[in-house]
Design a protein around this ligand. Structure first.
Ligand SMILES: *Cc1c(COP(=O)(O)O)cnc(C)c1O
Length: 434
Protein backbone atom coordinates (compact mmCIF):
# COMPACT_ATOMS: atom_id res chain seq x y z
CA UNK A 1 0.00 0.00 0.00
CA UNK A 2 1.31 3.47 -0.81
CA UNK A 3 1.68 5.96 2.03
CA UNK A 4 -1.16 7.99 0.52
CA UNK A 5 -3.45 5.00 0.85
CA UNK A 6 -2.34 4.34 4.41
CA UNK A 7 -3.10 7.93 5.32
CA UNK A 8 -6.56 7.65 3.83
CA UNK A 9 -7.21 4.40 5.66
CA UNK A 10 -5.99 5.93 8.89
CA UNK A 11 -8.19 8.95 8.53
CA UNK A 12 -11.15 6.72 7.81
CA UNK A 13 -10.69 4.56 10.89
CA UNK A 14 -10.08 7.62 13.09
CA UNK A 15 -13.31 9.17 11.80
CA UNK A 16 -15.15 5.96 12.58
CA UNK A 17 -13.69 6.03 16.08
CA UNK A 18 -14.87 9.57 16.69
CA UNK A 19 -12.00 11.93 15.81
CA UNK A 20 -12.67 14.98 13.67
CA UNK A 21 -10.31 16.46 11.07
CA UNK A 22 -9.49 19.47 13.25
CA UNK A 23 -8.43 17.30 16.15
CA UNK A 24 -6.43 15.00 13.87
CA UNK A 25 -4.65 18.02 12.48
CA UNK A 26 -3.82 19.23 15.98
CA UNK A 27 -2.31 15.82 16.68
CA UNK A 28 -0.15 15.87 13.56
CA UNK A 29 1.11 19.33 14.35
CA UNK A 30 2.04 18.29 17.90
CA UNK A 31 3.81 15.16 16.72
CA UNK A 32 5.88 17.10 14.18
CA UNK A 33 6.84 19.70 16.76
CA UNK A 34 7.97 16.99 19.19
CA UNK A 35 10.03 14.81 16.84
CA UNK A 36 13.40 15.71 18.36
CA UNK A 37 12.11 15.12 21.87
CA UNK A 38 10.79 11.73 20.84
CA UNK A 39 14.15 10.76 19.35
CA UNK A 40 15.79 11.43 22.74
CA UNK A 41 13.19 9.28 24.49
CA UNK A 42 13.89 6.46 22.05
CA UNK A 43 17.59 6.68 22.87
CA UNK A 44 16.92 6.40 26.62
CA UNK A 45 14.63 3.43 25.95
CA UNK A 46 17.34 1.76 23.88
CA UNK A 47 19.85 2.16 26.71
CA UNK A 48 17.43 0.85 29.34
CA UNK A 49 16.40 -2.06 27.14
CA UNK A 50 20.06 -3.10 27.01
CA UNK A 51 20.42 -2.57 30.76
CA UNK A 52 17.58 -5.01 31.49
CA UNK A 53 18.65 -7.50 28.82
CA UNK A 54 22.23 -7.43 30.09
CA UNK A 55 21.04 -8.12 33.64
CA UNK A 56 18.90 -11.03 32.45
CA UNK A 57 21.82 -12.54 30.58
CA UNK A 58 24.21 -12.07 33.50
CA UNK A 59 21.70 -13.75 35.82
CA UNK A 60 21.40 -16.61 33.30
CA UNK A 61 17.61 -16.41 33.11
CA UNK A 62 16.38 -19.73 31.77
CA UNK A 63 13.10 -21.39 30.91
CA UNK A 64 13.15 -23.31 34.20
CA UNK A 65 12.71 -19.95 35.97
CA UNK A 66 9.19 -19.71 34.58
CA UNK A 67 8.12 -22.69 36.66
CA UNK A 68 5.75 -21.97 39.49
CA UNK A 69 5.53 -22.68 43.19
CA UNK A 70 2.61 -23.00 45.58
CA UNK A 71 2.20 -23.24 49.34
CA UNK A 72 5.28 -22.02 51.19
CA UNK A 73 7.14 -21.40 47.94
CA UNK A 74 10.44 -22.86 49.20
CA UNK A 75 13.27 -23.02 46.64
CA UNK A 76 11.51 -20.96 44.01
CA UNK A 77 14.49 -20.40 41.76
CA UNK A 78 12.51 -18.26 39.31
CA UNK A 79 11.36 -15.85 42.02
CA UNK A 80 14.88 -15.61 43.45
CA UNK A 81 16.41 -15.03 40.00
CA UNK A 82 13.85 -12.33 39.21
CA UNK A 83 14.95 -10.54 42.37
CA UNK A 84 18.58 -10.81 41.24
CA UNK A 85 17.61 -9.32 37.86
CA UNK A 86 15.97 -6.35 39.57
CA UNK A 87 18.97 -5.88 41.84
CA UNK A 88 21.40 -6.02 38.92
CA UNK A 89 19.36 -3.64 36.78
CA UNK A 90 19.03 -1.09 39.58
CA UNK A 91 22.62 -1.67 40.81
CA UNK A 92 21.58 -2.66 44.32
CA UNK A 93 22.75 -5.43 46.63
CA UNK A 94 19.38 -7.11 46.81
CA UNK A 95 15.69 -6.78 45.91
CA UNK A 96 12.30 -8.00 47.03
CA UNK A 97 9.86 -8.44 44.11
CA UNK A 98 6.68 -10.15 45.16
CA UNK A 99 3.08 -10.76 44.20
CA UNK A 100 2.37 -10.65 47.96
CA UNK A 101 3.15 -6.93 47.89
CA UNK A 102 -0.32 -5.76 46.90
CA UNK A 103 0.38 -2.24 45.58
CA UNK A 104 2.73 0.72 45.74
CA UNK A 105 1.39 1.97 49.06
CA UNK A 106 1.92 -1.47 50.55
CA UNK A 107 5.52 -1.57 49.27
CA UNK A 108 6.21 1.85 50.78
CA UNK A 109 4.56 0.91 54.07
CA UNK A 110 6.64 -2.24 54.12
CA UNK A 111 9.91 -0.38 53.53
CA UNK A 112 9.08 2.18 56.22
CA UNK A 113 7.66 -0.09 58.90
CA UNK A 114 10.45 -2.64 58.42
CA UNK A 115 13.22 -0.11 58.86
CA UNK A 116 11.84 2.17 61.58
CA UNK A 117 11.64 1.41 65.30
CA UNK A 118 9.73 3.07 68.16
CA UNK A 119 11.34 6.41 68.98
CA UNK A 120 12.71 6.92 65.48
CA UNK A 121 11.76 9.87 63.33
CA UNK A 122 10.79 9.69 59.66
CA UNK A 123 11.64 12.81 57.71
CA UNK A 124 10.55 14.15 54.31
CA UNK A 125 12.68 17.01 52.96
CA UNK A 126 10.46 17.33 49.85
CA UNK A 127 7.08 18.21 51.34
CA UNK A 128 3.96 16.20 51.89
CA UNK A 129 4.12 12.65 50.56
CA UNK A 130 1.55 10.93 48.34
CA UNK A 131 -2.04 10.96 49.69
CA UNK A 132 -2.20 7.30 50.68
CA UNK A 133 0.93 7.64 52.82
CA UNK A 134 -0.81 10.06 55.16
CA UNK A 135 -2.54 7.20 56.94
CA UNK A 136 0.55 5.01 56.76
CA UNK A 137 2.55 7.68 58.57
CA UNK A 138 -0.32 8.84 60.78
CA UNK A 139 -0.56 12.40 59.42
CA UNK A 140 -4.22 11.43 59.26
CA UNK A 141 -4.88 9.11 62.21
CA UNK A 142 -5.27 5.47 61.23
CA UNK A 143 -5.15 2.11 62.98
CA UNK A 144 -1.67 0.63 62.74
CA UNK A 145 -0.02 3.82 61.47
CA UNK A 146 3.65 4.45 62.17
CA UNK A 147 2.51 7.09 64.70
CA UNK A 148 0.72 4.39 66.71
CA UNK A 149 4.03 2.50 66.89
CA UNK A 150 5.83 5.55 68.28
CA UNK A 151 7.48 6.71 65.07
CA UNK A 152 7.29 10.49 64.69
CA UNK A 153 7.24 12.38 61.43
CA UNK A 154 8.71 15.69 60.29
CA UNK A 155 8.72 17.42 56.95
CA UNK A 156 10.23 20.41 55.19
CA UNK A 157 8.43 21.80 52.17
CA UNK A 158 10.12 22.70 48.94
CA UNK A 159 10.59 26.46 48.47
CA UNK A 160 8.02 28.21 46.28
CA UNK A 161 10.33 27.97 43.25
CA UNK A 162 10.60 24.18 43.73
CA UNK A 163 14.14 24.21 45.13
CA UNK A 164 15.30 22.48 48.34
CA UNK A 165 15.14 24.45 51.59
CA UNK A 166 18.72 23.56 52.57
CA UNK A 167 18.78 25.58 55.82
CA UNK A 168 15.62 24.05 57.24
CA UNK A 169 16.63 20.59 56.08
CA UNK A 170 19.89 20.92 58.04
CA UNK A 171 17.95 22.10 61.13
CA UNK A 172 15.37 19.32 60.89
CA UNK A 173 17.74 16.37 60.91
CA UNK A 174 18.24 15.37 64.53
CA UNK A 175 19.50 12.45 66.65
CA UNK A 176 16.19 10.60 66.20
CA UNK A 177 16.05 10.98 62.39
CA UNK A 178 16.39 7.41 61.17
CA UNK A 179 14.90 7.40 57.69
CA UNK A 180 14.61 10.11 55.06
CA UNK A 181 11.88 9.61 52.49
CA UNK A 182 12.09 11.27 49.10
CA UNK A 183 9.27 11.09 46.59
CA UNK A 184 10.56 11.33 43.04
CA UNK A 185 7.25 12.00 41.35
CA UNK A 186 4.95 14.91 42.15
CA UNK A 187 1.97 12.61 42.78
CA UNK A 188 -1.17 14.70 43.33
CA UNK A 189 0.78 17.86 44.20
CA UNK A 190 1.78 20.64 41.82
CA UNK A 191 5.45 20.66 42.68
CA UNK A 192 8.02 19.62 40.09
CA UNK A 193 9.09 15.99 39.83
CA UNK A 194 12.68 15.49 40.95
CA UNK A 195 15.40 14.42 38.56
CA UNK A 196 17.70 11.61 39.63
CA UNK A 197 20.56 14.15 39.77
CA UNK A 198 18.62 16.41 42.14
CA UNK A 199 17.75 13.41 44.31
CA UNK A 200 21.45 12.55 44.36
CA UNK A 201 22.34 16.05 45.50
CA UNK A 202 19.79 15.85 48.31
CA UNK A 203 20.99 12.40 49.44
CA UNK A 204 24.57 13.63 49.49
CA UNK A 205 23.53 16.59 51.65
CA UNK A 206 21.57 14.59 54.24
CA UNK A 207 24.25 11.89 54.47
CA UNK A 208 26.89 14.51 55.08
CA UNK A 209 24.85 15.74 58.06
CA UNK A 210 24.04 12.24 59.27
CA UNK A 211 25.99 9.43 57.57
CA UNK A 212 24.01 6.54 59.08
CA UNK A 213 20.57 7.83 58.11
CA UNK A 214 18.67 5.60 55.67
CA UNK A 215 17.27 7.12 52.50
CA UNK A 216 14.22 5.63 50.80
CA UNK A 217 13.02 6.92 47.43
CA UNK A 218 9.42 6.47 46.35
CA UNK A 219 10.25 5.65 42.73
CA UNK A 220 6.65 5.24 41.52
CA UNK A 221 6.28 6.26 37.83
CA UNK A 222 9.98 7.09 37.55
CA UNK A 223 11.49 3.77 36.50
CA UNK A 224 13.26 3.78 33.12
CA UNK A 225 12.55 7.45 32.36
CA UNK A 226 16.21 8.31 32.76
CA UNK A 227 19.28 6.14 32.25
CA UNK A 228 19.92 6.23 36.02
CA UNK A 229 17.72 5.40 38.99
CA UNK A 230 17.90 6.90 42.50
CA UNK A 231 19.75 3.76 43.63
CA UNK A 232 22.64 4.93 41.38
CA UNK A 233 22.99 8.13 43.41
CA UNK A 234 23.01 6.82 46.97
CA UNK A 235 19.45 5.76 47.87
CA UNK A 236 19.42 2.85 50.33
CA UNK A 237 16.04 1.67 49.03
CA UNK A 238 13.96 2.41 45.94
CA UNK A 239 10.33 1.38 46.01
CA UNK A 240 7.62 0.99 43.39
CA UNK A 241 4.55 -0.76 42.06
CA UNK A 242 4.51 -3.48 39.41
CA UNK A 243 1.26 -2.17 37.93
CA UNK A 244 3.19 0.96 37.00
CA UNK A 245 6.40 1.19 34.92
CA UNK A 246 8.46 -1.88 35.92
CA UNK A 247 5.65 -4.39 35.33
CA UNK A 248 5.63 -3.38 31.67
CA UNK A 249 1.84 -3.65 31.59
CA UNK A 250 1.97 -7.42 31.99
CA UNK A 251 2.33 -7.85 35.76
CA UNK A 252 -1.18 -8.33 37.17
CA UNK A 253 -0.14 -7.37 40.73
CA UNK A 254 2.95 -6.75 42.84
CA UNK A 255 5.52 -4.36 44.20
CA UNK A 256 9.28 -4.13 44.56
CA UNK A 257 11.90 -2.80 46.93
CA UNK A 258 15.52 -2.75 45.76
CA UNK A 259 18.41 -1.68 47.94
CA UNK A 260 20.97 -2.47 50.62
CA UNK A 261 21.09 -6.06 51.79
CA UNK A 262 20.21 -5.35 55.42
CA UNK A 263 17.30 -3.08 54.46
CA UNK A 264 15.85 -5.70 52.11
CA UNK A 265 16.26 -8.39 54.74
CA UNK A 266 14.28 -6.33 57.24
CA UNK A 267 11.60 -5.79 54.56
CA UNK A 268 11.40 -9.53 53.87
CA UNK A 269 11.13 -10.30 57.59
CA UNK A 270 8.34 -7.78 57.86
CA UNK A 271 6.50 -9.00 54.73
CA UNK A 272 6.52 -12.65 55.76
CA UNK A 273 7.82 -13.18 59.26
CA UNK A 274 10.99 -12.81 61.33
CA UNK A 275 13.11 -15.85 60.59
CA UNK A 276 11.29 -16.70 57.35
CA UNK A 277 12.10 -13.66 55.21
CA UNK A 278 12.65 -14.27 51.53
CA UNK A 279 12.52 -18.06 51.84
CA UNK A 280 8.72 -18.18 51.64
CA UNK A 281 6.23 -16.60 49.25
CA UNK A 282 4.88 -18.72 46.41
CA UNK A 283 5.12 -17.18 42.93
CA UNK A 284 1.71 -18.62 41.94
CA UNK A 285 2.52 -18.86 38.24
CA UNK A 286 3.61 -15.24 37.86
CA UNK A 287 7.37 -15.59 37.32
CA UNK A 288 7.27 -15.61 33.52
CA UNK A 289 4.92 -12.61 33.44
CA UNK A 290 7.14 -10.64 35.83
CA UNK A 291 10.27 -11.36 33.78
CA UNK A 292 8.58 -10.54 30.49
CA UNK A 293 6.95 -7.39 31.84
CA UNK A 294 10.30 -6.16 33.18
CA UNK A 295 11.84 -6.88 29.79
CA UNK A 296 9.17 -4.76 28.06
CA UNK A 297 9.16 -2.01 30.71
CA UNK A 298 11.73 0.34 29.09
CA UNK A 299 9.80 0.59 25.80
CA UNK A 300 6.38 0.65 27.44
CA UNK A 301 7.52 3.47 29.76
CA UNK A 302 8.94 5.37 26.76
CA UNK A 303 5.60 5.15 24.92
CA UNK A 304 3.79 6.43 28.01
CA UNK A 305 6.30 9.28 28.31
CA UNK A 306 5.71 10.32 24.71
CA UNK A 307 1.97 10.37 25.44
CA UNK A 308 2.56 12.63 28.46
CA UNK A 309 4.61 15.13 26.46
CA UNK A 310 2.09 15.02 23.62
CA UNK A 311 -0.70 15.85 26.10
CA UNK A 312 1.38 18.65 27.57
CA UNK A 313 1.98 20.20 24.15
CA UNK A 314 -1.65 20.01 23.08
CA UNK A 315 -3.21 21.28 26.29
CA UNK A 316 -0.77 24.15 26.58
CA UNK A 317 -1.70 25.10 23.07
CA UNK A 318 -5.38 25.01 24.06
CA UNK A 319 -4.65 27.51 26.84
CA UNK A 320 -4.41 25.29 29.92
CA UNK A 321 -1.73 25.23 32.59
CA UNK A 322 0.26 22.03 32.22
CA UNK A 323 2.86 20.60 34.61
CA UNK A 324 5.46 19.95 33.34
CA UNK A 325 5.42 22.09 30.20
CA UNK A 326 6.10 20.39 26.86
CA UNK A 327 9.65 21.71 26.70
CA UNK A 328 10.71 20.74 30.23
CA UNK A 329 12.95 17.80 31.08
CA UNK A 330 11.06 14.72 32.29
CA UNK A 331 11.60 12.44 35.26
CA UNK A 332 8.31 10.54 35.45
CA UNK A 333 5.38 9.65 33.19
CA UNK A 334 2.74 11.77 34.93
CA UNK A 335 1.27 14.75 33.14
CA UNK A 336 -0.84 17.21 35.06
CA UNK A 337 -3.36 19.38 33.22
CA UNK A 338 -5.26 21.99 35.23
CA UNK A 339 -8.78 21.85 33.82
CA UNK A 340 -10.14 24.64 36.06
CA UNK A 341 -13.66 23.20 36.52
CA UNK A 342 -15.16 19.93 37.74
CA UNK A 343 -16.94 19.68 34.37
CA UNK A 344 -13.64 19.99 32.53
CA UNK A 345 -12.02 17.26 34.64
CA UNK A 346 -14.97 14.91 34.12
CA UNK A 347 -15.04 15.57 30.38
CA UNK A 348 -11.30 14.87 30.07
CA UNK A 349 -11.75 11.59 31.94
CA UNK A 350 -14.69 10.62 29.71
CA UNK A 351 -12.43 11.04 26.67
CA UNK A 352 -9.77 8.76 28.15
CA UNK A 353 -12.40 6.16 29.03
CA UNK A 354 -13.82 6.21 25.50
CA UNK A 355 -10.36 5.47 24.12
CA UNK A 356 -9.89 2.33 26.23
CA UNK A 357 -9.67 -1.24 24.92
CA UNK A 358 -11.74 -2.46 27.90
CA UNK A 359 -14.91 -0.81 29.29
CA UNK A 360 -14.85 1.91 26.63
CA UNK A 361 -18.63 2.23 26.91
CA UNK A 362 -18.83 3.19 30.60
CA UNK A 363 -18.87 6.69 32.12
CA UNK A 364 -16.42 7.36 34.96
CA UNK A 365 -17.94 9.02 38.06
CA UNK A 366 -16.21 10.54 41.12
CA UNK A 367 -16.20 8.41 44.31
CA UNK A 368 -14.65 8.30 47.77
CA UNK A 369 -11.65 6.00 47.45
CA UNK A 370 -10.02 4.26 50.41
CA UNK A 371 -6.85 6.08 51.40
CA UNK A 372 -7.77 9.36 49.72
CA UNK A 373 -9.21 12.45 51.43
CA UNK A 374 -11.23 14.03 48.58
CA UNK A 375 -13.47 12.33 46.06
CA UNK A 376 -11.47 11.05 43.12
CA UNK A 377 -12.47 10.48 39.51
CA UNK A 378 -10.61 7.80 37.60
CA UNK A 379 -10.75 6.86 33.95
CA UNK A 380 -9.23 3.56 33.02
CA UNK A 381 -10.25 0.76 30.77
CA UNK A 382 -7.43 -1.50 31.68
CA UNK A 383 -6.53 -5.16 31.36
CA UNK A 384 -5.28 -5.00 34.95
CA UNK A 385 -7.56 -3.26 37.46
CA UNK A 386 -6.19 0.14 38.43
CA UNK A 387 -3.06 -0.28 36.34
CA UNK A 388 -1.73 3.17 35.63
CA UNK A 389 0.97 2.14 33.16
CA UNK A 390 -2.09 1.55 31.01
CA UNK A 391 -3.80 4.62 29.58
CA UNK A 392 -5.50 6.29 32.51
CA UNK A 393 -6.39 9.63 34.04
CA UNK A 394 -7.42 10.53 37.51
CA UNK A 395 -7.69 13.48 39.79
CA UNK A 396 -9.18 14.59 43.10
CA UNK A 397 -12.32 16.73 42.83
CA UNK A 398 -10.79 19.88 44.24
CA UNK A 399 -9.57 23.12 42.63
CA UNK A 400 -7.78 23.59 40.30
CA UNK A 401 -9.38 20.33 39.03
CA UNK A 402 -6.17 18.83 37.79
CA UNK A 403 -6.26 15.72 35.64
CA UNK A 404 -3.24 13.50 36.20
CA UNK A 405 -2.77 11.65 32.96
CA UNK A 406 -0.48 8.70 32.61
CA UNK A 407 0.25 5.52 30.78
CA UNK A 408 -0.48 3.96 27.47
CA UNK A 409 0.92 0.52 26.72
CA UNK A 410 1.78 1.76 23.24
CA UNK A 411 2.49 5.26 21.99
CA UNK A 412 -0.27 4.93 19.36
CA UNK A 413 -2.80 4.26 22.05
CA UNK A 414 -1.63 7.12 24.29
CA UNK A 415 -1.82 9.46 21.30
CA UNK A 416 -5.35 8.36 20.49
CA UNK A 417 -6.46 8.75 24.10
CA UNK A 418 -5.30 12.36 24.28
CA UNK A 419 -6.98 13.24 21.01
CA UNK A 420 -10.19 11.67 22.32
CA UNK A 421 -10.08 13.95 25.38
CA UNK A 422 -9.86 16.99 23.10
CA UNK A 423 -12.74 15.68 21.01
CA UNK A 424 -14.84 15.04 24.12
CA UNK A 425 -14.16 18.47 25.62
CA UNK A 426 -15.10 20.00 22.29
CA UNK A 427 -18.39 18.05 22.30
CA UNK A 428 -19.14 19.07 25.88
CA UNK A 429 -18.70 22.72 24.95
CA UNK A 430 -15.70 23.18 27.23
CA UNK A 431 -13.21 24.13 24.53
CA UNK A 432 -14.11 27.44 22.92
CA UNK A 433 -11.37 26.94 20.35
CA UNK A 434 -13.43 24.72 18.07
C1 LIG B 1 0.98 5.39 42.75
C2 LIG B 1 1.83 6.02 43.76
C3 LIG B 1 1.88 5.53 45.07
C4 LIG B 1 0.96 4.47 45.60
O1 LIG B 1 0.81 3.41 44.80
P1 LIG B 1 -0.52 2.49 44.82
O2 LIG B 1 -0.07 1.37 43.98
O3 LIG B 1 -1.61 3.30 44.19
O4 LIG B 1 -0.81 2.12 46.20
C5 LIG B 1 2.77 6.13 45.93
N1 LIG B 1 3.54 7.15 45.54
C6 LIG B 1 3.49 7.66 44.31
C7 LIG B 1 4.37 8.81 43.94
C8 LIG B 1 2.64 7.10 43.37
O5 LIG B 1 2.60 7.61 42.15
Amino acid sequence: MSSLNINMELKKIYHEMGLSDEVLKLGEEAENALSERFAEIDAVAEYNQMKVLHAMQECRVAEQHFATSTGYGYNDDGRDTLEKVYARTFHTEDALVRAQITCGTHALHLALSANLRPGDELYSPVGKPYDTLEEVIGIRPSAGSLAEYGVTYAQTDLLPDGSFDWDNIRKSINERTRLVTIQRSKGYASRPTLSVDRIGELIHFVKEIKPDVLVMVDNCYGEFIETKEPSDVGADMIVGSLIKNPGGGLAPVGGYIAGKKECIERCAYRLTSPGLGKEVGASLGLNQTFFQGFFLAPTVSAGALKGAIFASYIYEKLGYKVIPGPGESRHDIIQAVELRTAEGLKSFCRGIQMAAPVDSFVTPEPWAMPGYDDEVIMAAGAFVQGSSIELSADGPLRPPYTAFFQGGLTWNHARFGILMTVEQMKKDGILSEF
